[in-house]
Design a protein around this ligand. Structure first.
Ligand SMILES: *Cc1c(COP(=O)(O)O)cnc(C)c1O
Length: 404
């Protein structure tokens, strides 16, 4: 037999990866703790007593991070977007109506998915770069019935926080709709109380707030949402994302598809570390870290993109000053300082992540210094030492020193 496609020239991975990995300080993925990395290197059988124990623990710890007593918690083999798709695909079908609260790329994604399913989709878009208010949602829902309302807690693409989320959810429930929330960049970085706020579906990914690996994500359904899942008249168009089929594995310990065992082990460790730290301490660490970073950036002479009143702490967006090439600055930062931050989807900003392991003082100092020196390299008059000392002051001011 002659092979028609020749053997390609192979190179070991070490020839591809940089000698020193870049410090991931962008909008995700984020650095992972050693225990998570180790767990990710293990493969076990996806069925059987050992895996069952792991699954049960992941669900239990999932209840803590989502702050819910719901048993309908699933790991999903796929990116965060797969959990968004699981929510949309199980709650919607042609004839159902969804209101998409859109403030940027990710909140809009729910709408793209709903349209693909054939549901009727309407967008509520605030003017300019603003969060959605409860009053805006009430006005629409008073006029027209929707089955589902979707939004993000934090819009990673531009750094806006939906500050009125609890009030929005209350109005949505009062109007008999289901509230679906993307907490991908925010879960465990800021407060979210699924049961107390009456959220019906909450989704999150591995590679952001949880500081796990990308590719295994979590989703939780409320009992109201689950009633719809169970009683839907139409078949679920996605076999892998069918929540009722997922129950086979996540509740009954039977086969659905071969679970991403390594990723589930990794997320187990990520969740365990969150439980050990406690949500209270973790959220405090994130807040202190992000506010110190923001103060440092401003003291350096740069401007933050979003006003303080609804600025997201999990992903901080910074204006690129006129005449500066943001991509050139980021490339210089990566090449010279081995620190990577994010650009944006069409906006003239750069973004620094403040999720999970990114919120450690040793990562903060390295990042702020690298960014300041890189802007300087391209002719911008920034005061790097002033920024660094302001950040240090803010961190030291916090008596609990919980950023370490
Ligand atoms: C990153 C992100 C997503 C998409 O995550 P993927 O893992 O790339 O699918 C969705 N929503 C928010 C808020 C995000 O930050």
């Amino acid at each position: 037999m002659t092979h028609k496609v020749d053997v390609p020239q192979v190179v070991p991975l070490s020839d591809i990866l940089p000698q020193e990995p870049l410090l991931l300080m962008g909008a995700g993925p984020v650095p992972i703790p050693h225990a998570v990395a180790q767990a990710n290197g293990v493969v076990i059988n996806h069925l059987g007593a050992t895996m069952n124990r792991v699954v049960d623990r992941v669900k239990l710890m999932g209840q803590y991070v989502f702050q819910t007593r719901s048993e309908k918690i699933f790991g999903v083999s796929g990116p965060s977007s797969a959990t968004m798709e699981m929510a949309m695909t199980n709650l919607l079908w042609p004839g159902r109506k969804v209101l998409v609260l859109k403030i940027g790329t990710f909140s809009a994604r729910f709408g793209e998915m709903a349209e693909g399913i054939g549901a009727t989709c309407r967008y509520l878009v605030p003017e300019g770069l603003q969060p959605v208010t409860a009053a805006m949602v009430k006005e629409v829902l008073d006029q027209e019935h929707f089955d589902v309302v979707t939004t993000v807690q934090g819009e990673t693409s531009c750094g806006i926080q939906n500050t009125e989320l609890p009030e929005i959810a209350r109005i949505v429930k009062e109007h008999g709709a289901l509230m679906v929330v993307d907490a991908v960049c925010t879960l465990t970085t800021m407060p979210l109380y699924m049961d107390e706020w009456q959220l019906d579906v909450v989704v999150t990914g591995g590679q952001k707030g949880l500081s796990s690996i990308p590719g295994v994500s979590l989703i939780a359904f409320s009992s109201d949402a689950w009633k719809v899942v169970e009683s839907r008249p139409a078949k679920c168009p996605h076999w892998c994302l069918d929540a009722r089929r997922a129950l086979n594995f996540w509740d009954k310990h039977n086969y659905h598809y071969t679970a991403p065992v390594s990723g589930i082990l990794a997320i187990h460790e990520a969740l365990r570390l969150i439980c050990e730290e406690t949500l209270e301490a973790r959220i405090h660490r994130h807040t202190v870290s992000s506010l110190a970073l923001q103060a440092g950036i401003e003291a350096m002479g740069l401007h933050l993109f979003i006003p303080k009143a609804y600025r997201l702490n999990s992903v901080v967006a910074i204006d690129i000053p006129d005449g500066v090439d943001g991509n050139a600055v980021r490339n210089y930062m990566a090449d010279t300082f081995h620190v990577e931050i994010s650009g944006a989807f069409g906006l003239n900003i750069i973004r620094i992540g403040q999720m999970g392991e990114q919120c450690r003082s040793y990562n903060l100092f390295r990042t702020l210094h690298a960014m300041g020196m890189s802007f300087k390299q391209f002719g911008l008059d920034v005061n790097v030492s002033k920024g660094m000392s302001m950040m240090e002051e803010c961190l030291v001011r916090d008596e609990r020193h919980s950023v370490e």
